[in-house]
Design a protein around this ligand. Sequence first.
Ligand SMILES: *Cc1c(COP(=O)(O)O)cnc(C)c1O
Length: 402
Amino acid sequence: MSIPPAFDPPACLLLGPGPSNAEPRVLRAMSRPLLGQFDPRFTQLMNEVMDLSRQVFQTANQQTYPVSGTSRAGLEAVLGSIMEEGDRVIVGVCGRFGWLFRDIARRYRAEVVEVEAEWGQIIPAEAVEQALRAGRVKAVAMVHGETSTGILQPLDDIARLCREHDTLLIVDSVVTLGGSRVAVDASGWDACIAGLQKCLGGPSGIAPITYNERVERAVQSRRMAPETNYLDLVQLERYWGPERHNHHTAPTSMVYALHEALRIVVEEGLDQRVERHTRVGRAMGAGLEALGLKPFGDRAHGLPFLNPVCVPEEIADEAAVRGELLHDWGIEIGAAFGPLQGKIWRIGTLGYNARLDNVRRLLVALEQVLPRHGFQVPLGQAVASAEAAAAERFAADPAIAR
Ligand SMILES: *Cc1c(COP(=O)(O)O)cnc(C)c1O
């Protein structure tokens, strides 16, 4: 019998659209001893996770807890527990994660009304308004940060329209929580779903969610139980609530990870964290432009910490560029999906990775790698442009110069 060696991967710098590198403190938390799931020390930790999640989502919602599973488990739990066969849901689609919402809604037999925009653009509120006129819409599902295209969707007008039409607004903030401003109550979002591996600085595998009483009522007043047991919000509420209903086994180490990640976010401060993501992302954007790479899509509505750039025409094999970055430099950047496959790269500085030293590392690597694949770049300018862009933000607000 042969036993493979213990798995000991090299440290890679993950500068794609997620997963990003986890905070070292989060990884240490995951190696702590396991407790039984109803051990009072563990249930106390669960309560702290709920409380920290409320602070980070900026909500007073009682129902604020994580779903065990990756972010889409959170999306599916919320959508699947609200929608019943034939209910109408409007889904905003301008990228891959709009597709995901659409797919989940269809699988739960909702009647899906798509409101589309070109990939790389936002969805205009007027288009959602038009769709709402059809009447009898139970929910509007929108992606806050469309990670496949780098777009930050404005939601204020859409939230107002949902109120006017007495419709629930469900928001995918998987990539934005911890990186962009997310203020669930002030923004009038009824439900919001996030994930750990994007701007929260942990590994994938647990999905913080929050929803208000309007959603609770929709869930409680269903004619029939949802088709899912694992992701049934009614049971999950009873498991995370004081009743401690025995549902699934807690993913203990993931709860430790989430607890530590949220502690770090609150310690840093929500505004400071958004500022750091903005400053470092803008610096990366400036450096990439100095290399001659063209930004993709509507950057006026872009996620600052996720820079999509067009693959230059001169480059015949974009996968070879990514391969060389990964193998020779230990840096991963993101490819793209669907209509954008092979056409753009997505470069993220998310969570723990939102630091200037990572920007410098990638820019220096690209300066060496791109010319070998046929794209000439000006030497020695990218890092300086990135530093200048970061300094501009220091100057704008010295209080955040850290
Ligand atoms: C990453 C991501 C998801 C899916 O997350 P998983 O953890 O892979 O299930 C959903 N929506 C958005 C916006 C994302 O960025």
